[in-house]
Design a protein around this ligand. Structure first.
Ligand code: FAD
Length: 336
């Protein structure tokens, strides 16, 4: 059981900044995210895009913003459970919640902050009948740890940055023993330099590039043994492999959050704007996941919401203590 003061579900920009604001009040946070890395939409959807409306930054790349937020939160030593989705919140007593993930990891705290953004990102799966039979037996939709592929034969499918970048990474770092990249079109959607790199690696014989083709079948017993590739001109071929990694992007869905007894309005959690509390005392909702009159789904609005929510959380955790607003310029940032 992981114990903390505040469990934050969602390690997007809003969850990360809330760690800092909580830290100033000497409250410790533990973040849970279904993605393998922190940063939410900024890391997953647009890490290389500049953002122009973060106060004090005329322009900052979304990925850089996340790096900065991680650095800002670091003195407060937040805990992380990554690559696991929070599936249930159980109220044990008046001041204790237990949040359990899909992998069974349990977290206990008096406060839960839901910073779940657009919800859990679910992978887009190719329409192959028996694909679920091979999930975690050779089929993965997200690369969490590239070391899983060391010395293995991998077939990656997709035409976006994720497919291109991982194919390059597995080859250039000598991780996989063989990499094939299958894409249904002859052109790619990714960055031009990544496309060129893949073509160069294919010319050098380091990537087996199969375009105008799709993986249409999977074979194996207890684990994946081969994929069936349908080539538009040449027909079907069977390729032996250890892993099939379709990287077709992720689609958001509110997921388990919808089943936690919270008041929901149009796929978002209704909150009281005094402190962004939900209808369940002790549970707050901040950032893109909440809704109220005049709500704007912007990062800076989420920062404000997290800041007010931790003030309210402090009063719940320490009803006997008076919290006086202190400026960081005067008091500095004191870690734990
Ligand atoms: C292309 C694009 C451009 C944008 N440009 C701007 C801009 O210029 N300025 C701006 O202010 N905003 C911009 N936004 C919006 C901004 O990205 C969002 O407002 C911001 O990401 C919200 O942050 P968040 O932390 O609330 O949620 P998210 O960033 O969505 O993070 C939520 C996290 O919660 C996790 N999660 C959800 N449910 C669970 C669960 N049950 N268990 C575990 N984890 C869970 C998700 O995996 C995700 O990582 C843009 C968005 C997009 C898509």
């Amino acid at each position: 059981m992981i114990k903390t003061d505040i469990i934050i579900i969602g390690a997007g920009p809003v969850g990360l900044f809330t760690v800092f604001e909580a830290g100033l009040l000497k409250l410790h946070c533990h973040l849970i995210d279904s993605l393998a890395q922190p940063g939410g939409q900024c890391s997953e959807i647009y890490p290389k895009k500049p953002i122009y409306d973060i106060p004090g930054f005329p322009s900052v790349l979304a990925g850089e913003l996340i790096d900065n937020l991680m650095e800002q939160a670091a003195p407060f030593k937040p805990g992380f459970t990554l690559g696991e989705a929070a599936v249930s919140i159980d109220k044990i007593d008046e001041n204790t919640f237990v949040v359990t993930t899909d992998k069974g990891t349990k977290h206990e705290a008096p406060i839960v902050m839901i910073a779940g953004g657009l919800g859990v990102f679910e992978p887009r799966k190719p329409p192959i009948d028996n694909i679920t039979d091979f999930e975690d037996k050779g089929v993965e939709y997200i690369i969490k740890d590239p070391e899983l592929y060391r010395g293995k034969r991998c077939v990656i499918a997709g035409g976006g940055d994720s497919a291109l970048d991982w194919a390059i990474h597995l080859v250039e770092n000598n991780i996989a023993s063989e990499v094939s990249l299958v894409h249904r079109s002859a052109s790619f959607r990714g960055h031009l330099d990544s496309v060129q790199k893949v073509i160069d690696l294919a010319d050098e014989g380091k990537i087996n590039l199969i375009t105008e083709a799709e993986v249409v079948g999977l074979n194996g017993g207890n684990k994946l043994e081969s994929v069936v590739i349908n080539h538009q001109k040449d027909g079907e071929l069977v390729k032996e492999t250890d892993h099939f990694i379709p990287l077709f992007g992720l689609k958001p869905s509110l997921g388990p959050i919808a089943d936690w007894g919270l008041e929901i309005d149009k796929s978002a959690i209704k909150v009281d704007t005094t402190d962004y509390s939900t209808n369940i005392p002790g549970i707050y909702a901040i950032g893109d996941v909440n809704t109220y009159e005049g709500k704007l789904k912007l990062i800076l609005c989420g920062f404000h919401e997290g800041t007010l929510a931790v003030q309210s959380a402090f009063a719940r955790i320490h009803p006997e203590k008076k919290n006086v607003l202190k400026y960081t310029t005067v008091n500095g940032v004191q870690g734990f």
